[in-house]
Design a protein around this ligand. Structure first.
Ligand SMILES: Cc1cc2nc3c(=O)[nH]c(=O)nc-3n(C[C@H](O)[C@H](O)[C@H](O)COP(=O)(O)OP(=O)(O)OC[C@H]3O[C@@H](n4cnc5c(N)ncnc54)[C@H](O)[C@@H]3O)c2cc1C
Length: 297
C-alpha cells in the first residue's frame, strides 16, 4: 500500500490506515481494511480509480455503510469512502446532490424549501449514492420516482451522465447493481409543495418507523428482500424465529425482518443467523429468502 499512500499524499486525498470497518457500518461489525480513502472531487476519484485498477488493487465503495456487512477479519483491500462528497445544490424544483451526502439531510433541505417528492425517503439512513445504488424506498415510494439523472465514473475512468430511463431501476436494483461505477452525484426532480403537509407526512412516516423498527440496536435495516407476494418479516415470525439468537446476533424481537446486533455480534454470528433463517423459512414454506444486505468482498 506504500505506493497508494504516496499517491494519496501527492494528490491531496485523505486516507486512514487499517481503519476498522465496524466503525463505518451501521451493523457495527467488520475488521480492518488495508486503507480507507476519502476522495472529495470527481477528478481525484478518476485518478484514484485509474491507480487502483492499473495496480490491480482490490477496492470497495461505501456510502454510510447502512446496508453492508464486512467479515470479522476485515477486507484485504482499499475502501473508497464517499463521505467527503457532501454538497446539495437547490435549483428551483431540482436538487443536485453529491453522492456522499446523507439522504436525510437532502430530505430536510427539500422540506426547508417546501419541495415535495422525498417524503417516503425520510428516515432511510444512508447516502444519496447508496440510495441510488439500492433504489432505496419505503411506504410506497422509491428513489427512482424522483431521480432525473445520475453522474458516475465508469470502470474505465470516463465521467458520464445517465438519464433516469437508462438507470434500470427495479426493486432494490439499479444500473449500478450490474455495472462497476463510482456514483458522483444525482439530480432529483421534485415539485413545489406545502411546507406543513410535507412536514406532517415526514413526521408521520418517521414515527411509524420508530414504532415498528428496532432503531435502538445496530442493524442494516431489513435483512432480506421482500419475496413476491409475502413479507420476509412475517414469514420469519411464522417460523417462530422472532428473538432467535446466535451469539450476539438476534432476529429482532420488535420486527422479525431485522437481524440486530444485540451484544457484540460478530459477522459470523450474523451470517449464521441469516443462513438459519433462510433454511428454516425454506423448509417450512418453500420460499427462499434473498439477503438485501450486501457483503464487502
Ligand atoms: C435502521 C435502518 C432502516 C432502513 N430502512 C430502509 C428502508 O426503509 N428502505 C430501504 O430501501 N433501505 C433501508 N435501509 C437500508 C439502507 O439504509 C439503504 O440501502 C441505503 O440506501 C444504503 O445507503 P448507504 O449510503 O448506507 O450505502 P452503503 O450501505 O454504504 O452501500 C450500499 C451499496 O451501495 C454502493 N454504493 C454506495 N455509494 C456508492 C457510490 N457513490 N458509488 C457506487 N456505489 C455506491 C456500495 O458499494 C454498496 O454496494 C435501512 C437501514 C437501516 C440501518
Amino acid at each position: 500500500m506504500t505506493g497508494l499512500i504516496d499517491f494519496c499524499k501527492n494528490n491531496n486525498i485523505r486516507f486512514l490506515k487499517e481503519a476498522l470497518l465496524k466503525d463505518y457500518l451501521t451493523f457495527r461489525v467488520g475488521g480492518p481494511c488495508r486503507l480507507m480513502v476519502f476522495p472529495d472531487t470527481a477528478d481525484k476519484t478518476v485518478s484514484l480509480l485509474k491507480y487502483v485498477n492499473d495496480n490491480n488493487i482490490r477496492y470497495f465503495i461505501i456510502g454510510k455503510g447502512s446496508n453492508l456487512l464486512c467479515r470479522d477479519d476485515g477486507f484485504d483491500g482499499v475502501i473508497i469512502n464517499t463521505s467527503d462528497f457532501e454538497s446539495a445544490d437547490i435549483r428551483g424544483d431540482r436538487i443536485i446532490c453529491s453522492s456522499g451526502i446523507s439522504l436525510m439531510k437532502v430530505c430536510r433541505a427539500a422540506l426547508d424549501n417546501s419541495l415535495t417528492g422525498l417524503e417516503c425517503e425520510y428516515g432511510i439512513p444512508g447516502s444519496v449514492g447508496g440510495a441510488v445504488f439500492m433504489n432505496a424506498g419505503a411506504y410506497g415510494g422509491e428513489i427512482r420516482d424522483i431521480v432525473s439523472s445520475v453522474t458516475h465514473i465508469t470502470h474505465g475512468g470516463k465521467i458520464e451522465t445517465l438519464l433516469s430511463d437508462k438507470l434500470d431501476f427495479g426493486y432494490r436494483h439499479s444500473f449500478y447493481s450490474d455495472n462497476d461505477c463510482f456514483i458522483i452525484s444525482a439530480e432529483f426532480k421534485l415539485s413545489e409543495g406545502n411546507f406543513s403537509e410535507i412536514k406532517a407526512k415526514m413526521d408521520d412516516l418517521l414515527s411509524r418507523r420508530k414504532e415498528k423498527q428496532p432503531l435502538d440496536l445496530p442493524s442494516a435495516g431489513s435483512t432480506f428482500k421482500r419475496p413476491e407476494g409475502y413479507y420476509a418479516g412475517a414469514l420469519i415470525e411464522e417460523c417462530d424465529l422472532k428473538g432467535y439468537t446466535i451469539g450476539g446476533a438476534q432476529v429482532s424481537e420488535k420486527h422479525a425482518g431485522f437481524i440486530v446486533n444485540k451484544s457484540n455480534a460478530t459477522c459470523a454470528d450474523i451470517c449464521n443467523l441469516i443462513e438459519h433463517c433462510r433454511e428454516t423459512v425454506y423448509k417450512q414454506t418453500g420460499i427462499m429468502l434473498e439477503p438485501e444486505v450486501r457483503f464487502i468482498t
